[in-house]
Structure formats: C-alpha cells, structure tokens
Design a protein around this ligand. Structure first.
Ligand SMILES: *Cc1c(COP(=O)(O)O)cnc(C)c1O
Length: 437
C-alpha cells in the first residue's frame, strides 16, 4: 500500500491568490480555475515547456489539463512561438483583412470537408452563439434543443439546464438569464431516442436547431452511440431543423473533421475553438456556402468582431494546424493514449478498483464508478467526486497536474514523452492505492 507524500509548498501561489481575490471575483478570470472542488488554493503558473508546467513556488508538473484542450502540441512549441514572433514585428491588429486569415482558412478547408466556408471569431462561446443565431436566422424559427451534460460556452440561451421530465423547458443555470430566453431552449438527456421523438412531436416546426457536443467532453467523457447520432441527423433533417455540432473541444483534437468524422455524419453547422488558435484566442464556425451566405455582409444575420481574425492569433493557428495536418499525427497520438490507458486499466482490473477510464483520440476521463458505459450526465455520481479530490491532491504532490474537477477530461499532447507517461502511471497507481485504501 502507498502512503500520502507531503503537500507541495504553495506559499507563493497562496499569496498571489490572496491578492487576486482583491481584484477578481473569486480571485480568478474563469470559475473552474478557482480549485473549488479540489484541495487547496489554485497554483499560479509561471511557465510551461513541452508537457511540463512550473508554478510560482518552483514546483514542476507534468500537465494533463493543457489549458483545457488547446495545447495539443504542448507548451512553448517552437514553430508556434516563431510564427508569433515573426508576426509581432509587423503589428498586432489592423481591423482590415490580412493574407493570414486566407492561409488559415485554406489550411482548414482543404483538410475539413464538413464545411465549405468559415468565419473566425475570438472564443468558443462566440462561435456557438453565432451558430445559434445563424440557425435561427436561416430557419426563421426560435426554439433550440440542447442536451444535459453538454457545455457550449456562457451565452444566455445555452446557460440552461434540464428540469424534470423527458422533454423540459430549460431552467436557467445562471442568474441573469431571462426566463424568456430559457423558454426557447429545450433540454434533453443524451443518448435517448425517445426524448428526441417527443421533442419533435411536441414542438413540430418550431425547432431551429439541435446543438450537441459531438463527443460530450465537458461533463465527463460521454461517448454517444453511433446509431443515436445517425438517428439525430436523420430526424433533424426530416424536420427542417439544423444540426449544430459543437466541436470546440473535439475539432482538430480527433482529426481535422473531429467528431463529425468519427460518426461519419454531415452536421449543418460546426463550431470550433481551443486548438484552432494554437493557444491564442480563436474560435470559428463553418457550414455550407448556402448557409454561410446568410451571414453579414452577404446576408441578414449580423455577426462581427473588432479583433476577429487577429493576425498574431492567425499566425499561431497556421503554425499549429500545419503540424497537425502532417500524415500520421493523430494516429500516433491516439496510439500513445491507448497504451497509457490500457496499462492503467490493467492495473485497475488487477486491483478491482471501481474506476473507469473512458477515452477517445487523445482525450481521457477517470470516472469513479462501476458503470463502464456512462453516456448521460445523470449517470455520473456526484458523490464519486470526493474520490477525485483525493486523487487530485495525491497527483499534484507527485508532480502531476490534472484539471481541478472530476468532471473535466484530461488531454495527452504530442509533447508528452514516454518518460512523462511512465512517471504519470506510477503516480496514478500510487494515488489510486490511496483513494481505495
Ligand atoms: C470550451 C468550450 C466552449 C467555450 O469556449 P470558450 O473559448 O471557453 O468560450 C464551447 N463549447 C465547447 C464544446 C467547449 O469545450
């Protein structure tokens, strides 16, 4: 059996956090960073290189949060850094078109046949918000359907959770969202055909779009059945409803065509973020030429951005996606991840611990459960998060940085070496021994 190792020093991080709390609500600029559901106060990061992070106290970690997904090439990637440096001498923003936007678009559109035209924005939230407006503008309908357990950023119509019942009007999941907005959003459980049938019967000809994370990865990793997604595709098409695939996490993570490729379907609108900017703030949405012609200045759906297509961010995106487009990139990352997961599964099986590792591509998620096919949000036991909290602390103390919530997935980047992963496996085994002792 293993015993806990001493806690790492957090003196400098803690002092910085105390200061930050004077400046920012909760001391952070995005809530999950606040370490509310794990031990201690947040670590203030000073720098990253490859798969490693260093905090203000000088502690070193192998990073599996990877900035919540964007860093598929790890930290401080040389090509991305040089592309940014090269752009810096030419100016930061012009509010006018640049050739860089064409280059990034060309790189994407030649490797991603699910979209014909694209519009760059500055975040995933903005991409999704714009996609919803496009769907409403095109269909001239107002209602949208989303799924419990999918996150689509923080715009009003999507900060909505399920009430009780098979098909429910959303209830706002944040103060400040008008009830009238929530009433336009219907919320269903994932992987449930019956609920889909019912919503299309109850709200016939009223639903502009169904939005889904192709592979929901913001509330555990809830891999959907292929048959269910095909059914969703057919049903939406037969009702004149658009299918929006929110690929802000899965886009360029599973491949250039993301989850749409995995399920072999053609969604109507796709949204991107995270990886697309190589670590800089970029989002995008794309669709057929016909749908995209509805966007201003071609069409009547207004959408704009002062810093959209920002040249420095475009340069970073071009450098990142150029590497990802090389043959074999995704296959090799997938093989690395599968090996990591299968070694750990072997250990878990041998010990008979009630923990599952779900994985797809280079994404993985630890669920403290005996259910090996979790596909819906309500199948995740909130009580199990106390186990995650123990594991998270033990991992940090052993130099392994996982996201500070058990609902969050982990990412393996191309910068993770065999040595990094071997060290992580040892730490994880020790941490699990402590969780289950
Ligand atoms: C991260 C994420 C968003 C929001 O993107 P931001 O850049 O944080 O605004 C939207 N949808 C999905 C699926 C995401 O993972």
């Amino acid at each position: 059996m293993n015993t806990s190792v001493p806690d790492i020093s957090r003196d400098k991080s803690t002092a910085l956090f105390e200061k930050a709390k004077e400046y920012f609500p909760g001391g952070v600029n995005s809530p999950v960073r606040a370490f509310k559901s794990v031990y201690g106060s947040p670590l203030f990061i000073e720098r990253g290189d490859k798969a490693h992070l260093w905090d203000a106290d000088g502690n070193e970690f192998i990073d599996f949060c990877c900035s919540w997904g964007p860093l598929i090439l790890g930290h401080n990637n040389q090509e991305i850094r040089e592309a940014i440096q090269n752009q810096l001498g030419k100016g930061l923003s012009f509010g006018a078109p640049t050739a860089l936007e064409n280059q990034l678009a060309e790189l994407i559109l030649t490797h991603n046949k699910k979209i014909e035209k694209i519009r760059f924005v500055s975040s995933g939230t903005e991409a999704v918000m714009s996609a919803i407006r496009l769907a409403r503008g095109y269909t001239k309908r107002d209602k949208i359907v989303k799924f419990e357990g999918c996150y689509h950023g923080h715009s009003d119509s999507l900060l909505v959770k399920a009430g009780s019942g098979l098909v429910t009007f959303g209830e706002t999941s944040s103060a400040g969202v008008p009830k009238a907005f929530a009433d336009e959003t219907l919320v269903l459980a994932l992987n449930d055909k019956e609920a889909l049938d019912k919503v299309f019967t109850d709200y016939k000809d009223q639903i502009a779009a169904v939005i889904i994370e192709g592979i929901p990865a913001n509330n555990g990793l809830l891999i959907q059945d292929k048959a269910y997604i095909s059914y969703l595709r057919e049903l939406t098409a037969s009702h004149g409803t658009l299918l929006i695939f929110d690929e802000v996490i899965t886009g360029f993570r599973l491949g250039f065509e993301g989850a749409a490729q995995y399920y072999d379907i053609q969604p109507d609108i796709l949204t991107y973020g995270k990886i697309i900017g190589g670590g800089m703030p970029v989002g995008a949405y794309g669709a057929s030429k016909e749908l995209m012609s509805c966007i201003s200045p071609d069409g009547a759906v207004y959408q704009a951005g002062t810093l959209s297509g920002n040249p420095v961010a475009m340069a970073a995106g071009i450098a990142a996606l150029s590497i990802l487009s090389q043959p074999g990139f995704y296959e090799s990352l997938k093989i690395t991840t599968e090996k990591f997961v299968s070694d750990l599964r072997e250990f878990i099986e041998q010990k008979q611990y009630d923990v599952q590792i779900f994985t797809i591509g280079s994404i993985f998620w630890f669920a403290f459960s005996n259910n090996s096919s979790i596909q819906r949000a309500d199948e995740i036991d909130p009580e199990s998060m106390t186990n995650y909290k123990v594991m998270h602390r033990e991992l940090l103390n052993r130099g392994i940085y996982f996201g500070p919530s058990g609902y969050e997935v982990g990412f393996i980047s191309a910068a993770h070496t065999e040595d990094d992963l071997d060290k992580t496996k040892i730490a994880l085994k020790e941490a699990l021994n402590i969780v289950f002792q």
